[in-house]
Design a protein around this ligand. Structure first.
Ligand SMILES: [Zn+2]
Length: 763
């Protein structure tokens, strides 16, 4: 009997020792906590074990808002809860009265009423969490009679009430927490504010800073704006102060940032403005974000969840500047910050309220208009644009200026509608067009001197459009360089075959494709290959886009009757070896070309046809003699340009479906001969986007080719005016790859992707 009593006493003693040890452990951890988050979040497990309970929450008093708040983890995500300090909730009551509570059942209204007649239990939390609160033990946290927070423990395991003893333990813990919370506060206070650098550099007195907090609030200004205004502190100095405090970079607003369209895609403007952060760019795989307070872990947590990545670099910026960035990125109409400096100059004239008659009030001789047009042209050249589209709209809609770069049009900028007449007139003057003629199309040229000194030619076309305005399209005839044939990205077979035909003394070589498919560049590369002093080479071009030393190049002028056919007749009287004629667009030119190649000359030309086999049929349909043409034909090269992947491209493993689609497009039978099978090592490439490629993932273009060689069998088909299909089949048997097939091979070697190939090859 005695033994049993002793045993019970011993086990009780052991239990008390255990709890004592646990309490000690908790105390140590509270004292070791580095910050508030560690106190609020990381201590929980130890406390739950000690009390044998399900849930614990430590709240901190936020005096300014008369609330208590806490943080907790949902998954890996930190969330904040806030409770008003009043008797409407248990935690609020404890904070409000400073009294501890020990409740058996939170849903028992009678029990709550006995504590305070107003006390109720806020069931909304239970509803959200699916957790049913029963026992509640809560204790205020004081430090020398100032309330610092409360600690609340919920639901004792085994559905028992919390004991008085446990209430004592909680009081002990809350005592330690009081000291810790006080120390944190003091530490935070001593650890200074983001403006301390200003004080330490004597740019601001400590008392001034102390007062500024309140004064700024009273005047409803941000601290930054207030300090700059009242104490003449510079933005740079505040920036330095922020950098020191937050240990990151300070970013001031400027409009040179590229709009990070891809990063903003799923973010709402109003949300960003409210939360005061915005992504600027992606650098080395990290999203660069500016935020008003980089130390705010809750905000960072929220941002990282939204962007679904932890690869984020935070820098600090003024709230005002963050708003400016957001407005700029979303092109908010209230702030036209994205318009260039020049437009800024124009706008200073207070011409915001134009009537339609006033559109002409700005004249084309206005120096700002001249600057504006020059800048539009210079920027286009710098961005390697091929065309500039100036598109005025009716009414008060702005003029849009778009550039075509690598084959695609994109908006470059908008110009206020009040300058549309002046801008168009200015371009017409530069191209020697009649500015009084507005109802019929005109075309002209601009010889444009670049700041560097070189001269660029632009072909200008004006076209009257709906609403009595005029569109202007300028084609930039960039002084192209002659590229060597090796740089044409031809397949081995195409390159070898082409070299073969270029070594022939006479015959016809045609390069075909739509406008802008790089035909001229390829022809010049071919001419370059045979451009030796022992050959006389005449070219007739419209316009002369590429100049090459050694060639005698002629610009045709159809307006005065000097067209391609006339040029060719002239060449034939001028002892040529090689003739290049820009385009065979009519029977006369084609016939002269065929005759020239049959009389011992090598003739080069282009046609606007889609494929190599189709070209033959087109020429025969034009009326060219099949026997003569069969004799003359050396080769026909069809060409397209595709955008090439920037070096930031990503390797990926295609799905079976994607692979099948590609194989199908190539032609199942022929694809099998390539020995490319679907396996785990199969790789394709896709665009990613970086600084170099303006985040498009593409940079530059390359040619796709389809080469028909004038073999005996092809010549026989020409003679009997065979169909396109017959010629294609024979050509393919002889090794020709179609444009699409060539493109697909260039996807597998990582030069481009199937999307781009399909775009130019499939109609
Ligand atoms: Zn790139």
């Amino acid at each position: 009997m005695l033994k049993k009593v002793q045993d019970t006493q011993i086990s009780e003693l052991e239990e008390k020792l255990l709890i004592r040890r646990q309490l000690n452990d908790i105390t140590n951890r509270i004292h070791a906590a580095q910050n508030i988050k560690q106190i609020l979040v990381d201590l929980k497990d130890g406390i739950l074990t000690c009390f044998n309970a399900y849930s614990v929450t430590i709240y901190i008093v936020d005096q300014a808002r008369n609330e208590i708040y806490s943080m907790f983890l949902v998954g890996s995500r930190l969330q904040e809860i806030r409770v008003p300090i009043n008797n409407k909730s248990i935690a609020g009551y404890v904070a409000n009265t400073g009294k501890a509570v020990n409740i058996s059942d939170a849903y028992n209204l009678d029990e709550l009423k006995q504590i305070d007649k107003d006390l109720s239990f806020d069931v909304s939390w239970d509803k959200r969490s699916g957790f049913k609160t029963t026992q509640v033990l809560a204790e205020p946290i004081f430090y020398s009679s100032t309330l610092k927070g409360i600690i609340q423990i919920i639901n004792k395991k085994g559905d028992k009430d919390f004991t008085e003893e446990e209430q004592g333990y909680l009081k002990e813990i809350s005592g330690v927490l009081g000291i810790a919370l006080f120390n944190q506060e003091r530490f935070t206070r001593r650890r200074k504010t983001r403006f301390d650098f200003l004080v330490s550099r004597d740019l601001l007195k400590e008392e001034q800073l102390e007062r500024a907090w309140e004064e700024a609030r009273e005047q409803k200004e941000t601290m930054e704006a207030f300090l700059m205004k009242k104490y003449n502190v510079s933005k740079d100095d505040i920036g330095k102060s922020f950098e020191e405090f937050y240990r990151c970079n300070f970013v001031a607003f400027n409009d040179k940032f590229v709009i990070p369209g891809d990063l903003l895609k799923n973010l709402k403007k109003d949300y960003l403005r409210r939360e005061l952060w915005v992504p600027l760019e992606k650098v080395d795989g990290k999203i660069h974000i500016i935020v008003d307070d980089p130390n705010n872990i809750l905000k960072r947590d929220m941002i990282e969840n939204l962007l679904k990545t932890k690869s984020v670099k935070y820098d600090v910026a003024f709230p005002d500047d963050i708003i400016k960035f957001i407005n700029f990125f979303y092109q908010s109409p209230e702030e036209e910050t994205s318009i260039t400096d020049i437009l800024g100059k124009l706008e200073t004239d207070d011409r915001t309220d134009f009537d339609d008659e006033d559109v002409d009030a700005v004249t084309e001789s206005d120096s700002a208009i001249m600057q504006l047009v020059n800048k539009i042209i210079n920027d286009a050249i710098a961005r390697r644009a091929s065309d500039i589209h100036v598109e005025p709209n009716v009414g008060k809609k702005n003029v849009e200026v778009r550039y075509r770069i690598d084959g695609d049009c994109a908006l470059y900028q908008t110009v206020p509608y009040s300058y549309r007449a002046a801008v168009v007139s200015r371009i017409k003057i530069m191209s020697n067009l009649d500015i009084t003629v507005r109802r019929i199309p005109q075309d002209g040229k601009i010889k444009f001197k670049r700041p560097g000194g070189d001269e660029i030619e632009l072909r200008v076309a004006t076209i009257p459009t709906q609403g009595g305005v005029e569109d202007v399209v300028m084609r930039i005839l960039a002084k192209g360089e002659t590229l060597p044939l090796e740089a044409m990205a031809m397949s081995k077979r195409n390159y070898t075959e082409l070299l073969g035909v270029l070594s022939k003394p006479y015959g016809m070589i045609l390069c075909v494709g739509p406008t802008g498919s790089g035909k001229t560049t390829t022809l010049h590369a071919a001419l370059h290959h045979i451009n030796t002093p022992d050959r006389k080479i005449w070219t007739a071009e419209d316009p002369v886009e590429i100049t090459q030393y050694g060639l005698r190049q002629v610009q045709v002028q159809p307006k005065i009757g000097f067209d391609f056919a006339a040029a060719m007749r002239a060449f034939l009287r001028a002892d040529p070896d090689v003739i290049m004629v820009g385009e065979m667009r009519d029977f006369e030119t084609a016939k002269t070309g065929v005759e020239a190649s049959l009389t011992g000359h090598l003739v080069f030309s282009t046609l606007h046809t889609n494929s190599a086999p189709e070209t033959i049929v087109r020429l025969l349909d034009m009326g060219i003699d099949p026997l003569n043409f069969a004799d003359a034909l050396l080769a026909i090269l069809a060409q397209r340009l595709v955008r090439t992947l920037c070096k930031c491209k990503e390797v990926y493993h295609p799905t079976m479906d994607e692979f099948d689609e590609i194989a199908e497009s190539y032609g199942k039978d022929q694809f099998e001969k390539l020995n490319i099978s679907y396996n785990n090592d199969l790789k394709l490439y896709r665009p990613k986007g970086c600084d170099i490629c303006d985040r498009s993932g593409y940079k530059g273009r390359m040619g796709l080719h389809e080469l028909v060689v004038g073999t005996d069998e092809i010549k026989r088909l020409v003679q009997r005016h065979a169909t396109v299909e017959e010629m294609r089949d024979v050509a393919m048997e002889q090794g020709m790859t179609t444009l699409l097939q060539d493109g697909i091979m260039k996807c597998f070697n990582g030069s481009t992707d199937f999307k781009q190939v399909r775009r130019v090859c499939i109609k």
